[in-house]
Design a protein around this ligand. Structure first.
Ligand SMILES: Cc1ncc(COP(=O)(O)O)c(C=O)c1O
Length: 351
């Protein structure tokens, strides 16, 4: 049986969260001299001399309305990277507990674990980048506090079969974190629709990909109100800055444009998926539900350097076990994709 209180670190259960000036005052007032701000104003304009809402109430209400959930089921982080780090710190005692990682996958689970002195147990994905479920369940130890599942997976691009995820959710009593950073580009539904069924489920999403707001740093975690309350308890009080909160609210009003952008990116992805395999250098293009393609080529290091010399930066993944010979290529604009194809063709026809 999943028992949240028995998973959460004792120091977190016992601690008192930071109480901000804006937490302690409720009501209306005209003079705010409670938070050591600059009362004269801000050189950056707007109301930026004031601390932002630590609870991001307006933003959470808007997101909740769009997603059809309660504001209390939403945590907002300074990027989803912050949510990854806080989940680790919420559950894992340094030097004692572990997480289960399923490589090849997003690198920050490992980085955060190393930073927090949390042991990393690994089960490699299958050659078609799916989860070997029985192996995963067998790898679970008493100290395994959470499993990270990235779907669609980075750097491979594929979605993880929902049956595999469901089996893990049902048979593992720790926390299952499904990172859906690329869900807007996928045809599979989000696991947010099934939060009520699984008290051990946390779903991560981000404004950095489809929403085009990587520079503003805004990530989301969706889970039961109990889990979210713990994340809120341990987060830095003002983790989402005022400009980000304002701009995200504006972006949320433009859902139609989001749809158009996603459609265009998926269309470009399809075009690249069809064209790349016609090039001699390209051995395989892995199926993608994301805004990038994992591409196996005959000479990953050579092509990577050649593209760099042309001013085209892709991600060389050839040293990642399971991704030997692969480059990860984000979907660019129509023109950028054409330049990429031209450059690969040029690489092939060199002396
Ligand atoms: C799978 C995955 N999760 C999370 C992130 C980080 O997102 P954010 O910009 O919200 O921190 C990335 C960024 O590349 C990613 O690929």
């Amino acid at each position: 049986m999943f028992n949240l209180e028995s998973l959460v670190r004792e120091n977190v259960l016992k601690m008192k969260p930071y109480s901000s000036a804006r937490d302690e005052f409720k009501g209306t007032a005209s003079i705010f001299i409670d938070a050591n701000e600059n009362s004269l104003g801000s050189l950056a304009g707007n109301n930026y001399n004031r601390y932002p809402d630590p609870h991001q109430r307006k933003l959470k209400e808007q997101i909740a309305a769009i997603k059809g959930m309660e504001p209390g089921q939403i945590f907002l982080g300074n990027g989803s990277d912050e949510a990854i780090d806080l989940l680790l710190r919420l559950l894992c005692r340094p030097g004692k507990d572990a997480l289960l990682n399923l490589p090849p996958t997003y690198g920050m689970y490992e980085v955060s674990a190393n930073l927090n002195e949390v042991r990393i147990d690994e089960v490699q994905l299958t050659p078609d980048f799916q989860i070997p479920v029985e192996q995963v369940l067998q790898a679970v130890k008493p100290e395994t506090k959470l499993i990270f599942i990235c779907s669609p997976n980075n750097p491979t691009g594929n979605s993880i079969q929902p049956e595999s995820i469901e089996k893990i959710l049902r048979n593992y009593n720790g926390m299952v974190v499904i990172d859906e950073a690329y869900i807007d580009f996928a045809s599979t539904p989000s696991w947010t629709t099934r939060l009520k069924e699984f008290p051990n489920l946390v779903v991560l999403q981000t404004f950095s990909k489809a929403w085009g707001m990587a520079g503003l740093r805004l990530g989301l975690a969706f889970a039961s109100e109990e889990i979210i309350a713990y994340l809120d308890k341990i987060k830095p009080p003002y983790n989402i800055n005022e400009a980000t909160q304002e701009l995200a609210l504006k972006a949320l009003e433009q859902q139609e444009q989001l749809k158009f952008m996603v459609e265009e990116i998926v269309q470009e992805r399809t075009l690249l998926e069809q064209t790349l395999p016609t090039l001699k250098q390209v051995l395989h293009v892995y199926p993608s539900d994301a805004n990038f393609l994992l591409v196996k080529v005959t000479d990953a290091n050579g092509l990577y350097k050649f593209l760099l010399d042309k001013g085209i930066v892709v991600r060389n993944r050839t040293t990642v076990p399971g991704c030997e010979g692969c480059l990860r290529i984000s979907i660019g604009t129509l023109e950028e994709n054409q330049e990429l194809l031209n450059a690969i063709t040029e690489f092939e026809t060199q002396d």
